[in-house]
Design a protein around this ligand. Structure first.
Ligand SMILES: *Cc1c(COP(=O)(O)O)cnc(C)c1O
Length: 417
């Protein structure tokens, strides 16, 4: 594969070379079982505990409050599952309509199993109404689960205030903070959340390792039941090399906070402002602030995001039309539709999520190609009101035309190379 211009850091991130280096000895040399009684195992356990302390420091937790899991999805599922097992009589959950599928799909499943779920709506800028959240909590609410920052729009929720509401009502509170490391400063002691999820592959460590923070005073029932690992809170032999990598990445993420909020934010703003200025009929989705410094989500009316992505891909540019989980399906993003964006406009939206490895030159590369791609696609788009054979905004017809449009666009793009 030739050069990659990577603008999809909310989907996953490049594994930092320092992280790879930190992991290698634990694949090649120190491969013992951290739970073994002999020194060859115990020395591994010592390194696992060092990594735990680093991950804990990232969110100002006590290392004992950190449970390693296999991913962010497991962490989210585990927190909600725990609350339901602890309070079997409480069969109501409050969450939002813009959570990651790692949360929403689990809540859908629970709903089918007879639990009652309140999916809080959001405003058109992606924010939530705290008064509504407050009112939604009932005596039979087992847990409130609200993400810290949205992966599609970057919109940040007021987690401190939500935690305070939950505390005052005596209800457990979980937050999916997967998108925050290296971008926002997290302090669980100051915030008072009960459970918090992280996933290492969103902070320059490998996929397949995550963590669940469990506040010391909070009760917890394990989701994966087996050995006594993780102080009995998560069975399964510790994934030592990945835990070590996660620890190293947590260290690095703290040192990235400043750069993400200055240089990366600057690149994101340049990309966003230039697109909004140079390409007509574009708009930003979600509040400008408070928002993650690395994320921009933009609507490009009269084009299909999937076609744009294919043409960007021809140039080696990686971006996304929403979450990795909805890409490829015809369904518009549940986050954008929850914000009141029409399904047609939602299908025209692209997300660029930057990271510390992005350069000014890469942003310029995108900016030098995107306007041409959009105008080319608009000129052949059946969605475009200026298009000669467009009589209505007919979604069905657009769908039928979609394959043709993409094929045509690709052929044209191919001609140019
Ligand atoms: C990526 C992501 C997840 C899922 O994490 P995995 O480790 O891939 O399971 C959950 N929530 C948010 C907000 C995410 O961005």
């Amino acid at each position: 594969m030739s050069r990659i211009y990577y603008f999809d850091n909310n989907a996953t991130t490049r594994v930092a070379p320092e992280v790879v280096q930190a992991m290698l000895p634990f694949l090649e040399e120190f491969w013992g079982n951290a739970s073994s009684a002999y020194r060859f195992g115990k020395q591994v356990a010592k390194h696992v505990e060092e990594a735990r302390a680093k991950v804990a420091a990232l969110i100002n937790a006590d290392p004992k409050e950190v449970v390693f899991t296999s991913c962010g999805t497991e962490s989210n599922n585990s927190a909600i599952h725990s609350a339901l097992v602890i309070h079997p009589a409480k069969r109501h959950i409050v969450t939002t309509s813009v959570e990651h599928s790692a949360n929403i799909k689990f809540c859908d499943y629970l709903q089918r199993r007879g639990y009652e779920i309140t999916f809080l709506p959001v405003e058109s800028d992606g924010s939530i109404d705290l008064h509504l959240l407050d009112q939604s909590i009932r005596p039979d609410t087992a847990i409130v689960s609200v993400m810290w920052a949205n992966n599609e729009t970057g919109v940040i929720f007021p987690i401190e205030e939500i935690a305070a509401i939950c505390q005052s009502k005596g209800v457990l509170f979980h937050t999916d903070a997967v998108q925050t490391p290296g971008k926002l400063k997290i302090d669980v002691k100051a915030t008072g959340v009960d459970y918090l999820s992280l996933s290492a592959h969103k902070l320059h460590a490998p996929k397949g390792i995550g963590m669940l923070y469990i506040r010391r005073q909070a009760k917890y029932q394990p989701y994966i039941i087996g050995g006594h690992q993780e102080r009995g809170r998560r069975g399964g032999t510790e994934n030592v090399p990945y835990i070590i990598g996660f620890g190293k990445a947590a260290d690095i993420a703290m040192s990235h906070l400043n750069e993400e909020n200055t240089r990366v934010r600057g690149l994101r703003d340049k990309l966003e402002n230039t697109i909004l200025k140079q390409i007509p009929n574009t708009l930003r989705n979600g509040a400008k602030e408070p928002r993650l410094p690395n994320t921009t989500n933009l609507a490009f009316d009269y084009v299909e995001a999937e076609s744009v992505l294919m043409m960007l891909d021809q140039l080696g540019i990686c971006a996304s039309s929403g979450s990795a989980c909805t890409t490829g399906s015809l369904d518009p993003s549940h986050v954008l539709t929850a914000m009141g964006i029409s399904p047609m406009r939602a299908r025209s939206c692209l997300r660029f999520s930057l990271g510390v490895y992005n350069t000014d030159e890469e942003v310029d590369f995108v900016l030098s190609h995107l306007p041409k791609i959009i105008s080319k696609l608009r000129s052949i788009s059946p969605l475009n009101p200026q298009h000669p054979d467009n009589d209505t905004y007919d979604v069905q017809r657009a769908k039928l035309k979609r394959q043709e449009t993409i094929a045509e666009a690709l052929a044209k793009a191919g001609d140019k190379h």
